[in-house]
Design a protein around this ligand. Structure first.
Ligand code: IPE
Ligand code: IPE
Ligand code: MG
Length: 246
């Protein structure tokens, strides 16, 4: 089994994004309620954050709650929000100890007031950290993000702040929730599902995709290392030929 030491520090993905999936099925396998899976998922989040920080990954973005997840049973949504508040409270010291800056993307205003308050507090209390940027995608949907950006840009056009000819990719980037993040280099999805589920559609244009069968609560150091080693063995051509790269 590979460990963090096996990773080539000179070929690290700058931005790793993770679709943390499979909590419900993990619990079901054990004859427990879905909520039990979410509780155990928190530990996998803690370990992954810590391991990415150790590796000196610059940016880690975690898909924690999608715009579509609001359609789940009320009790599950409430539990997820409570877990969020409790984890933020509990992890503040660890984030600071590891020099990690917290951020959030998504329709944050739609979160319960308690979650918004806790989030704002941890974001502010970690804002001076200079190590890894950890971004939580909460009430996040890529289509909603793009819609919001189009609205904002349209308003600027209407008010003569920007002209249509000047709308380029950089302008679009600055209007996305992720304006402070580089493009995703490596996208990992656990649980065996091979889909994107409305996550960072614009930002993964040239990301390397990595799908793994384990359920999120079981995702540990060696799975993360396997994903990064796999990434490091790929040739990223960005439209060019292999010969052009060598
Ligand atoms: C991921 O696990 C956590 C969230 C989406 C909040 P799921 O809850 O989707 O677990 P499965 O996919 O049903 O097993
Ligand atoms: C994607 O997982 C969202 C998160 C991991 C937060 P889902 O479990 O909601 O995705 P689908 O519905 O199976 O595509
Ligand atoms: Mg799921």
């Amino acid at each position: 089994m590979h460990t963090l030491e096996d990773v080539d520090k000179n070929k690290l993905p700058k931005h790793v994004a993770v679709i943390m999936d499979g909590n419900g099925r993990w619990a079901k396998q054990r004859g427990k309620l879905r909520v039990f899976g979410h509780q155990n998922g928190v530990e996998a989040v803690r370990k992954t954050v810590e391991n990415c920080a150790k590796l000196q990954i610059g940016f880690l973005t975690l898909y924690a709650f999608s715009t579509e997840n609001w359609n789940r049973p009320k009790i599950e949504v409430e539990t997820l929000m409570k877990l969020l508040v409790a984890s933020l409270r509990k992890e503040l010291d660890t984030l600071n100890k590891n020099n990690i800056q917290l951020n959030a993307i998504g329709n944050i205003n739609s979160l319960p007031p308690k979650a918004q308050k806790e989030l704002a507090e941890v974001i502010s209390k970690t804002s001076k950290n200079t190590g890894m940027t950890l971004t939580l995608a909460l009430s996040y949907g890529s289509r909603e993000e793009i819609k919001t950006a189009v609205r904002e840009i349209s308003l600027k056009v209407k008010n003569n702040i920007i002209s249509p000819e000047n709308i380029d990719e950089a302008v679009i980037n600055t209007h996305l929730y992720t304006h402070f993040l580089p493009d995703v280099d490596l996208l990992i999805r656990t649980s065996g599902e091979h889909r994107i589920s409305n996550f960072l559609l614009w930002q993964i244009a040239y990301a390397e995709l990595y799908f793994i069968d384990v359920f999120w609560p079981d995702f540990s150091e060696h799975h993360l290392v396997e994903a990064i080693l796999n990434y490091q063995n790929r040739e990223r051509r960005f439209g060019k030929t292999s010969e052009q790269l060598n």
